[in-house]
Design a protein around this ligand. Structure first.
Ligand SMILES: NC(=O)c1ccc[n+]([C@@H]2O[C@H](COP(=O)([O-])OP(=O)(O)OC[C@H]3O[C@@H](n4cnc5c(N)ncnc54)[C@H](OP(=O)(O)O)[C@@H]3O)[C@@H](O)[C@H]2O)c1
Length: 232
């Protein structure tokens, strides 16, 4: 990894909405984009979406995560559990899965780890709407909090992004990123989150930070000034 480029990234959750947006953006900006999925059948689709390599493993029952992360500059994790699957109970990929990936990345001397978390995760005060939402997805938020903690403890540069409600809208590049506790609430497209995830490893202002992020409404007065830098 150089100051302006990434040679190899792993996109975990590559078949998901945010993961696909990361693949689309990374394909022309990163030499080797590796996509993780549990499904071998997804490989052709992921390659068409921008992946150079596809690795098949289950973060909750991994075969060999050292091979999954080997040689990567950055791990970008957009894994998550569908809210309808909450009733199946833990472990959730949001928590245990991300923690396993962090451990493997640290063991392999990966430089940077970026996690897509969610607004409302963590002990900081959240907006009333985020708090109300937590009543439904509390177990997933708790799992994400455990993964966030393991990332902060690991010997890696990290950025944890806590987006508001995700949409499939287009990329706008108009985002508010703010410190935890800023009580942001609103929408953000997966494409806008993908830009931040790919930029985070090369953005000094995002280093070792946890950030709430939304696109609309904007909260200029709460925004942290960050000059997001995409590879190349
Ligand atoms: N929906 C919202 O409004 C909202 C708001 C804030 C934050 N978030 C969070 O943002 C993240 C991304 O959301 P999204 O909707 O873009 O994603 P998504 O479409 O739900 O995709 C989730 C991904 O997780 C992967 N995954 C699930 N279990 C796995 C396991 N055991 N091992 C490896 N991979 C696994 C799936 O891959 P395979 O099935 O291919 O294995 C899939 O690609 C999630 O953490 C979500 O909770 C969502």
């Amino acid at each position: 990894m150089h100051s302006e480029s990434l040679d190899t990234v792993l996109v975990a959750g590559a078949t998901g909405g945010t993961g696909r947006a990361v693949l689309r953006l990374a394909q022309s900006r990163v030499d080797t984009v590796r996509a993780l999925t549990r499904s071998p059948d997804a490989a052709p689709d992921l390659e068409a979406a921008g992946a150079d390599e596809v690795v098949v493993d289950d973060l909750l029952d991994p075969d060999d995560l050292s091979a999954v992360v080997a040689g990567t500059d950055a791990v970008l994790s957009a894994v998550g559990t569908s809210p309808v699957a909450i009733r199946s109970g833990p472990p959730f990929v949001d928590g245990a899965g991300n923690r396993a990936l962090v451990t493997a990345a640290a063991d392999a001397d990966v430089e940077s780890f970026v996690m897509e978390s969610a607004i409302g995760v963590g002990p900081e005060p959240a907006s009333p709407l985020a708090t109300a939402f937590d009543a439904f997805i509390g177990p997933l938020q708790k799992a994400k909090a455990s993964a966030e903690a393991s990332i902060r403890d690991a010997p890696l540069r990290h950025t944890i992004l806590r987006p508001g409600v995700l949409t499939n809208g287009s990329r706008t590049d108009v985002v508010t990123a703010a410190e935890p506790g800023a009580k942001l609430w609103g929408l953000i497209s997966r494409a806008d989150v993908a830009r931040l995830m790919l930029a985070a490893p090369l953005t000094p202002d995002a280093r070792d930070r946890t950030l709430e992020v939304v696109s609309t409404p904007q909260f200029d007065e709460r925004a942290a000034p960050i000059d997001w830098t995409l590879p190349r």
